[in-house]
Each structure stands twice: as structure tokens, then as C-alpha cells.
Design a protein around this ligand. Structure first.
Ligand code: G4P
Length: 529
């Protein structure tokens, strides 16, 4: 197969949802169709178990599993599908945001009874801002849930999407009879007994055909006819171009657990979902079809084995062919590197590969050279944009609790920050270190990992910070900026890249500062140019 065909057959995407909506179950069913696993239950559930004795111990357990589930790849009808795992736990939202920089599209899973939940809103917002194509899968139709039209309204309003139903349920919960697949013009009937079997849809192009009454019963048939009529009146016809631009979102209904509506989703997905997309760098747009290799690190897994300092950097290939034992330029370090055992990911295993194509993810063994966001090229000086840090929500001073181990502590902190576990700020005035995290859980994780992986001990001290604001001065030499720096010096810090950050103690402070120093812009994300 030639290079362009390899690109054309790739679909790299992520599944996002609020925890418990059915992301793991759907992933598993997709793998079943791809023949990548033989039975349901094979994909280890890497979400944080409810009622676990200690949340952070559970995270450690989960970290072990999540290397295996970080990228799940399989072939389906000639297409190479790469599913990138996104943690559902809200304390790990930042991991998910970073993974979303490496996907070409997403599937959003929504629980039919719960509707749009908080985590879904946040994640969809990120995708919407980046115009990532999205397909919505409304799950758990075997349960009593919200009315389909109400749900579609909710999705439009809360997620600010423009939906186009491509399937429609026939009944729901106890009365759930099946699905009319608007996309393929087929009817799929639901049978509660055949839980793991794949139901083939029956071709049914004309719902006015009286045969429909025999299949689903007169009442359900009439309701379906009315509802489909309404769908036609209210929603536009599907337009692939708009979907690819992130301007409209097709919706499927189903039940992942019962394997219902999943194949329909997958079949449509491989038809319409985008192939590997171009990506913006600081100098130019890089197209996947370019011959020369480029890629960037979006995730780092470290110290899975405490006896070896092992790190695996996950690189998304943007263009060209990544080859084993070939010299590539680590742009930020200005250093040539080659990799003798790059890993490619399959359903649940990784294998050393000689070549990988755009859209694929390779895992590179690393001894501490990589940071999240780093770019690799064949020599061209460019860096991919779009992996910003967001302002953390929780802040604490970190102190050394074992004076004999200060070196270990700073090394440990350094490496954990490279991995993206949290963000480190250094206060300008006194050099004290502040850790900022998305969730409170990370503080425990950091303390635990520092001790177990680096032999260092840390203690925390509270610090009243509302948001970290990255500072952009219109003119670094004007008096206003100098005044700002003088008045706020106690609250100024540097992030890991040396960018100036203002640690504001309240929303009010942010507002006041902004109006007092209009030429000094405050940003809640690190990338603003
Ligand atoms: P997540 O990854 O989004 O967090 O969700 P996950 O797939 O783990 O699913 C959450 C729960 O919802 C699981 O039940 C799962 O079996 C159930 N579920 C998923 N899809 C469907 C569906 O279509 N219908 C129904 N009725 N349930 C569904 P659990 O009891 O929490 O876990 P388990 O004991 O079944 O593993």
C-alpha cells in the first residue's frame, strides 16, 4: 500500500464522556467489531473504581493499566482505527485536554437518562473551540430515559452543538424495540436475550410501507413515522463538509452494553470521519501528506517500573513516515535522536515497529529528554502549537520535608511536571515553589510518587490563589508594566518555561488588575499568541 493510501485509511479519534456514561463499554464493543478482542470484559477498566479504599492508590493501579489502553488500534473494513484513551475523572481533565490535541475527531457519549453532564460540557467546549468534528452517541437506550427530542434540544443548548440525528430510537426503556438507521435506511431490532451478538439491520427505505407495522407493531410504527417526519422538518440533512468543519454533529442512539447501534455508529464513522488532519506549527501549516516526518509528544508515562527509570513518550505522527533507527531532530533541544525500539499500539499490546504513518501514535522510550508538546522533525525548525497549560484550580507551596534529599526532590518535581501531572511556579521574590493542580487528588499522587519513585519527601502549605494568569505586556518597557510588576511583585512567579505568571487571589483581583493596567493582559491559558 502506498503512503497516501495508508493516510487515507486512518481514523484517529477519542471518546469523551462524563464518567459512567459508557465510554469503556463502547470502546470495548468497537474493539469487538474490529476483531481486536474476542469477548466483552477484555479491556481492563482503567477508570477509578467507586469506593476504592484510597483514591490515589487506585490511580497508581490505574496508571499501570493505562499504558496498555492509552492507544487502542484495530483494523475494520480496511480502515486503521486508533482510539486514544481519555481519562474520565475530572481531576485528570488536563490529560484529556492534551490527548484531544492528538485526535482528528471525537465521539461524545451521553447517558440517555442523565443527559448532558458537567464533564461532557467541559470537554465538548474544548473540542468546539478547536472545531474538532464530533459524533454524539446517546447510550443506554435499554433504560428509561429522556424523550429523544428533549435530549436533542438539551444537547444543542447545553453543548452549543448543531445536531443532525442519523438514527432514531423506536421506543425506549421497557418499550425499546430498536433503531431506525436514518443514515443507512435500515431497521435494527432489539432482542434482549442476544446481548453480545451483532444484529444485522434490515434494509427499510420507506417507513410508510405497511410492513413496518408487522415488524415493530402498529403503534410503534406510527410513532416512528411521526417522529421521523418531525426529524425531517426540524433538522437539516446531514452535510459531511459541515461535520468536518465542526459546524454540525451527527447523532446516533444505542445501547453499548447490548451491542446495539454500535455497528451502525462504527460503519458511519469510518465513512464520514476525517483522515489525519493538517496541524498548525509556529511557522506553517503541516499537511499529513508531506513526505517528511513531523510529530509531537502529547503524553508521557514515567516510572512504571520503579527499578528502572523508564519513560514512554507518546508521539502523534503529523506528516511523513516515522522510521525505526533513523535520526530525527528534537527541535527544542536542537539534538538529533534515533529510536531503536519504537512501539506501535494495538488492541491491548504494544509491538516494536519499523514504520508508522500519519495519524498513528508511536511510543518512544526516553530517558528524560521529552516534555509534553515537544516536536520531532527530519531537520526543519518548527514547533507544533496547541498544547497550552490551563490555569490550575488548586495551589499549594511545596516544601522539602527531608533536607538530605533536596536533589531528589527537585529532580522528582521536575520529571513529574514534564509528565504533566501538575504545574510548577517559582515565586519571583523568594524562589519558593508552588504546585498548581486541576484536582486536589494530584497533591496526594505527587507526594506518593516523589517518595516511591525518587526517595524524596515533600510537605504542602496552603496558599490562597484563585487563578494563575499568564501575563502579556503590550509594551514591556512602558511605565504601566513596570508599575504592575512593582505593585504585584509578591504575586509574580515564573512557570516552567520561564513565562511570567500573576497568581491572583480572587476573581475580583483579576478584574481590578485588568482595569487598572489595561496594557497588561492576563490570560488563563499559557498559549495566547
Ligand atoms: P465510563 O467508561 O464512561 O465510565 O462507563 P462504563 O463503560 O464503565 O459504563 C458505566 C456503567 O454503565 C457500567 O455499569 C456499564 O455496564 C453500564 N452501561 C454501559 N452501557 C450501557 C447500556 O447501554 N445500557 C445499560 N443499561 N448500562 C450500560 P456498572 O454497573 O458501573 O459496571 P459493570 O459492573 O457493569 O462493569
Amino acid at each position: 500500500m502506498d503512503f497516501l493510501e495508508e493516510i487515507k485509511r486512518r481514523r484517529t479519534f477519542g471518546i469523551i464522556s462524563h464518567p459512567d456514561a459508557g465510554k469503556t463499554t463502547l470502546t470495548e464493543k468497537l474493539l469487538l467489531f474490529g476483531g481486536a478482542i474476542q469477548e466483552a470484559g477484555a479491556v481492563k477498566n482503567n477508570k477509578i473504581k467507586k469506593g476504592a479504599t484510597s483514591d490515589f492508590m487506585e490511580i497508581e493501579r490505574q496508571r499501570g493499566i493505562s499504558v496498555a489502553t492509552s492507544v487502542l488500534a484495530f483494523n475494520y473494513q480496511g480502515k486503521k482505527i486508533n482510539i486514544l484513551d481519555t481519562p474520565g475523572h475530572k481531576d485528570f481533565a488536563e490529560d484529556t485536554f492534551r490527548t484531544l490535541t492528538a485526535v482528528d475527531s471525537v465521539i461524545v457519549v451521553i447517558d440517555v437518562a442523565k443527559g448532558v453532564e458537567e464533564q461532557t460540557e467541559k470537554l465538548v467546549e474544548v473540542c468546539r473551540m478547536r472545531n474538532i468534528p464530533m459524533i454524539v452517541f446517546i447510550n443506554k437506550l435499554d433504560r428509561e430515559g429522556k424523550d429523544a427530542f428533549d435530549l436533542l434540544d438539551e444537547v444543542e443548548q447545553k453543548l452549543k452543538l448543531k445536531v443532525v440525528p442519523l438514527s432514531f430510537p423506536i421506543g425506549m426503556g421497557y418499550d425499546f424495540k430498536g433503531i431506525y438507521n436514518i443514515w443507512a435506511k435500515k431497521i435494527n431490532l432489539f432482542s434482549g436475550e442476544a446481548k453480545q451478538t451483532v444484529s444485522e439491520g434490515v434494509e427499510f427505505t420507506d417507513v410508510d410501507n405497511p410492513e413496518l407495522d408487522d415488524i415493530v407493531g402498529e403503534k410503534a410504527a406510527n410513532t416512528l413515522r411521526e417522529e421521523l417526519e418531525l426529524v425531517r422538518e426540524v433538522y437539516p440533512d446531514f452535510n459531511q463538509e459541515k461535520y468536518l468543519k465542526g459546524e454540525e454533529q451527527p447523532v446516533f442512539f444505542g445501547s453499548a452494553l447490548n451491542n446495539f447501534g454500535v455497528k451502525e455508529l462504527l460503519d458511519c464513522f469510518i465513512d464520514i470521519a476525517p483522515t489525519p488532519q493538517p496541524k498548525m506549527s509556529d511557522t506553517r501549516l503541516v499537511d499529513s501528506k508531506e513526505k517528511k516526518f513531523t510529530g509531537f509528544v502529547f503524553k508521557i508515562h514515567a516510572n512504571m517500573d520503579p527499578k528502572h527509570r523508564d519513560r514512554l513518550a507518546f508521539v502523534k505522527i503529523v506528516s511523513g513516515i516515522f522510521k525505526r533507527n533513523t535520526n530525527y531532530l528534537h527541535v527544542k533541544m536542537g539534538k538529533k535522536m534515533k529510536f531503536s525500539s519504537p512501539n506501535a499500539f494495538f488492541a491491548e499490546k504494544k509491538e516494536i515497529v519499523d514504520e508508522s504513518f500519519p495519524g498513528d501514535i508511536v511510543g518512544l522510550h526516553d530517558t528524560g529528554n521529552f516534555k509534553i508538546g515537544d516536536t520531532l522533525t527530519e531537520g526543519e525548525i518548527l514547533e507544533f502549537k496547541g498544547i497550552p497549560s490551563f490555569s490550575p484550580e488548586h495551589f499549594r507551596y511545596v516544601n522539602n520535608a527531608d533536607p538530605m534529599k533536596s536533589k531528589q526532590l527537585s529532580k522528582g518535581l521536575d520529571q513529574l511536571m514534564d509528565e504533566g501531572v501538575a504545574q510548577l511556579f517559582t515565586i519571583d521574590m523568594n524562589g519558593r515553589k508552588v504546585i498548581g493542580t486541576v484536582g486536589a487528588l494530584q497533591f496526594e499522587v505527587i507526594q506518593y510518587r516523589l517518595e516511591h519513585e525518587y526517595g524524596a519527601k515533600c510537605a504542602y502549605e496552603n496558599l490562597n490563589v484563585h487563578k494563575a494568569c499568564w501575563v502579556e505586556a503590550e509594551d514591556p518597557n512602558n511605565d504601566e508594566f513596570k508599575e504592575f510588576k512593582r505593585v504585584k511583585q509578591r504575586y509574580l512567579a515564573k512557570d516552567k518555561k520561564g513565562q511570567l505568571v500573576f497568581l491572583a487571589d480572587s476573581a475580583f483581583t483579576v478584574q481590578m488588575t485588568q482595569s487598572k493596567y489595561p496594557t497588561v493582559k492576563l490570560h488563563f491559558v499559557s498559549e495566547f499568541k
